[in-house]
Write a protein of this length. Structure first.
Length: 317
């Protein structure tokens, strides 16, 4: 019975962002509407960004010490190229790691900084419904609106995205992507009644109704988020022991947003990010053009994106 229910909810999930599941759909924010955005007061944003830079510096030093490679991605990559640091309104830092480097970091991070930093992911806390991980500062609080009712602690953090090997064959890659993305979305929906969607107006109302129905169905049948996580990871790591030409993080709002050629990433190079010499993809401009199109033009306010917290505490002065 539960298998049938999961499949039924899965059909609902596949319309979550149905219009966006297309090849090379890297301009989704322009096609689907506004992103979540809320202005901070200037003093709070400055303090938050300063603290995040301290975390980034410690992260960078740890990676240098243990020969762990990484690369700034997403808005952090845009910021490095366009602003030499933070996008002025941004409130987080995004870091990508290939699977071997990700696993190595997860083993050494808390040992290197006991009492100062902790790691949060679905493996360390099954109440965290995401396929990414967070490296966060102890003694602070940063909890987004979508997570406000969930039982886990998180401070001001770096977002860590694990990029796994993916099939070279396009059809096989799409099967892998849709499977990983499907289970990843069930993981989210099993814990969050109102997940973030990239629609507005009547579409948003329709999708929120569909997702609410899916959420309550999964909760009624006590579907296990841990099982969804394991299935999503199994799909994502299908080619972990094979050398492939591309890698991906399949758990964005659309499955193909973060597909990257290995040659566009490696060897990573250094760029200034607000005074820190961080690592970025070797062909960072190629990556940004594929994902965002015209990334050098500042977006209008209704296309800006940040992560407004429900609860924020930056620690004692």
């Amino acid at each position: 019975m539960i298998i049938r229910i999961v499949k039924a909810v899965g059909r609902l999930i596949m319309v979550w962002n149905k219009d966006d599941i297309a090849d090379n759909d890297f301009k989704r924010t322009e096609r689907t509407g506004i992103m979540l955005y809320r202005e901070y007061d200037s003093e709070t944003l400055k303090k938050l960004q300063t603290l995040e830079l301290e975390i980034l510096r410690d992260f960078n030093d740890l990676c240098d010490k243990y020969d762990i490679d990484y690369f700034g991605c997403g808005g952090t990559a845009i910021g490095a190229v366009r602003h030499g640091g933070f996008i002025p309104w941004d409130d987080d830092i995004d870091v990508g790691l290939l699977r071997k480097d990700y696993d190595k970091f997860m083993k050494v991070a808390e040992k290197e900084y006991p009492g100062k930093y902790k790691l949060l992911c679905a493996e360390t806390n099954p109440n965290f419904p995401a396929m990414s991980a967070r490296f966060y500062r102890v003694g602070t609080v940063f909890k987004e609106e979508a997570f406000k009712d969930l039982d886990f602690e998180c401070g001001v953090f770096l977002d860590l995205y694990c990029f796994d090997n993916i099939a070279d064959d396009e059809k096989a890659m799409k099967r892998q992507a849709r499977s990983a993305w499907f289970w990843g979305k069930l993981l989210v929906l099993s814990s969050i009644e109102k997940p973030t969607i990239y629609y507005y107006g009547w579409k948003a109302a329709v999708f929120q109704f569909v997702l609410k129905l899916g959420y309550h169905t999964l909760r009624f049948f006590k579907a296990s988020p841990e099982k969804f996580y394991k299935k999503a990871k199994k799909s994502a790591t299908l080619y972990k022991n094979k050398k492939t030409k591309r890698v991906a993080f399949f758990f964005d709002p659309t499955p193909y947003t973060s597909v990257m050629n290995i040659d566009d990433i490696l060897p990573t190079k250094r760029m200034n990010y607000d005074g820190i010499n961080i690592r970025v993809p070797n062909r960072i401009e190629v990556y940004l053009e594929k994902r965002y199109g015209d990334y050098m033009t500042l977006p209008s306010e209704d296309k800006r994106h940040n992560h407004p917290p429900n609860e924020l505490f930056l620690g004692e002065d």
